[in-house]
Ligand binder design. Structure first.
Ligand code: NAD
Length: 501
């Protein structure tokens, strides 16, 4: 093991399972219930973003590996233990898998924190515990899938609809919530009886591979979940185009989503696209400034700003503009930048050198465009890919940093005077993933909420995410919903049946 990694595992006294998993130095992918190598024998290296050291290697899967995984998923869907399970059996199996995850929660959190550079406290709560809750919520839906009867006008008939699982789901997920996003796709798919081939992001495959080990021991039937590691352009492409994949569920950037979407439509597949965002927080003169600050820390300053629904554009009424900027700047002094495994840490590194360079490039553009740095803006002087939390004032909607998704801890603040102006500015963006309204005036809160062109809105908070509520974007932020009971429809076909009596 790399000495830096070894020292870190010892310093933070990780679980024996975390140490064993990482010290193995290589983990295989998971197809048809077996851990296996890629057919080409090649591997990719996963690195630790807090120091840039290699952590481990995983197979660099190929199109042929993807085909094997799809064949396994298709076979498991059509026959065998999974295909024969009743909804109650599926529910019970999912609940058992959630229990097993809970037993291993600390280990999974440590592996995720190391691989994705996440601060361990938030990672344990948000990435791991919420994923377990998510699986339990969706498990309950397995027994509640229903078609209905219809009174039709054709004489002497009996008509009803059947709800049937679509079949094999190709799931493609990003690196910012590796485990979370995997189960945002898989839990609903499993609940309705689908089988899955999942492609984790190339740089964050570790937590899901660990979870497959414990799921296998817990009795997950072969072929129900298959994990193919490797490049998006190879595996993701093949999944999106594969004739035996019936549904593609993708989370990632808008440009990649467009490519995946084209291939999926070509193959006439069901499709969900959860894409990028540049969400607005709108704060009126009667807003609670502490709530605005909290909203920023819960989104654009959480997970090092690598949050799709981050409130990265803040529009504040002129009357409270300066007080809000001062409160935000002062709160940013409290951010603790450090090792992901340190429980004191609130901000870890950016996920990779590429993301780090991209965020620093945007900060440079912001300065060139004339925005004022009210806080941060610098590289943190330590190993790894750390960026200071950054606050830009004197911004306007014409600026690149206000229009484009930075995907880092960078907040832009813009003053407004009228409600009309606030709504116009908030909607002046290609994305529409999330948003928020801060005001004590209930009528105004509801009025503005209805006018925001975005898939979800929080009032007096930003980015409360709950599995019971559907999540998905308007405009260039995507098509379809994850979570909520709405998501189940995305994994179901509706069959019309008419019997002539
Ligand atoms: P990305 O688009 O680069 O990659 C996402 C996934 O697609 C990865 O697994 C990648 O390997 C794969 N991929 C890459 N090229 C592909 C191709 N040609 N065909 C098929 N698959 C391919 O995104 P990212 O950088 O990993 O993630 C960040 C983005 O994800 C941000 O834009 C963020 O807003 C978005 N995101 C959205 C949500 C949401 O729910 N809307 C949630 C999390 C992240």
């Amino acid at each position: 093991m790399n000495p830096t990694i070894e020292a870190m595992l010892t310093k933070y006294n990780v679980t024996r399972q975390t140490r064993d998993f990482i010290s193995a130095g290589h983990q295989k992918m998971f197809i048809n219930g077996e851990f296996c190598e890629s057919d080409c024998g090649e591997t990719s290296t996963v690195e630790d973003p807090s120091n840039g050291c290699p952590l481990m290697t995983v197979p660099r899967g190929t199109a042929a590996d993807t085909d094997r995984a799809v064949a396994a998923a298709k076979a498991a869907f059509q026959s065998g233990p999974w295909a024969e399970m009743t909804p109650g059996d599926r529910q019970n199996l999912m609940l058992k898998l959630a229990d097993v995850m809970e037993e291993h929660a600390q280990t999974i959190a440590e592996i995720e924190a190391i691989d994705a550079g996440k601060a361990i406290g938030g990672c344990y709560e948000v990435d791991i515990l919420s994923t377990i809750g998510h699986i339990r919520f969706m498990a309950g839906w397995a027994t509640k899938i229903e078609g209905n009867t219809r009174e039709i006008s054709t004489p002497n008939t009996f008509a009803f609809t059947l709800k049937e699982p679509v079949g094999v789901v190709g799931a493609i997920v990003p690196w910012n919530w590796p485990l979370n996003m995997s189960f945002w796709k898989m839990a609903a798919a499993l609940a309705v009886g689908c089988t899955i081939v999942l492609k984790p992001a190339e740089i964050t495959p570790m937590s899901i591979l660990y979870v497959m080990k414990i799921f296998k021991e817990a009795g997950l039937p072969d072929g129900v979940i298959n994990i193919v590691t490797g490049k998006g352009s190879v595996i993701g492409n093949r999944l999106a185009a594969h004739p035996d994949v019936n549904k593609v569920s993708f989370t990632g950037s808008t440009p990649t989503g467009q490519t995946v979407g084209k291939a999926a439509v070509e193959g006439m597949k069901h499709l969900t696209l959860e894409l990028g965002g540049k969400s607005a927080m709108v704060a009126f003169e009667d807003a609670d400034i502490d709530a605005i600050v909290e909203g920023a820390h819960a989104s654009v300053f959480f997970n090092a700003g690598q949050v799709c629904s981050a409130g990265s554009r803040l529009y504040v009424h002129k009357e409270i503009y300066q007080d809000t900027v001062d409160a935000l700047a002062s709160s940013l002094k409290e951010v603790v930048i450090g090792d992901p495994l340190n429980p004191e840490t609130t901000q870890g590194p950016q996920i990779s050198k590429g993301q780090f360079d991209s965020v620093m490039n945007y900060i440079g553009i912001g300065k060139e465009e004339g925005a004022t740095l009210a806080f941060g803006g610098n590289v943190v002087d330590r190993e790894g890919y750390y960026v200071e939390p950054t606050l830009f004032t004197d911004c306007n909607n014409g600026m690149t940093i206000v229009q484009e998704e930075i995907f880092g801890p960078v907040l832009t603040v813009i003053p407004f005077i009228t409600e009309e102006e606030a709504v116009r500015l908030a909607n002046d963006n290609i994305y529409g993933l999330s948003g928020s309204v801060f005001t004590r005036d209930l009528s105004r809160a509801i009025r503005v909420t209805k006018r925001l062109e975005t898939g979800s809105v929080c009032i007096n908070a930003h980015d409360i995410v709950d599995v019971a509520m559907p999540f998905g974007g308007y405009k260039m932020s995507g098509i379809g919903k994850d979570m909520g009971k709405e998501q189940l429809e995305h994994f179901l076909e509706t069959k019309s049946v008419i019997a002539q009596l």
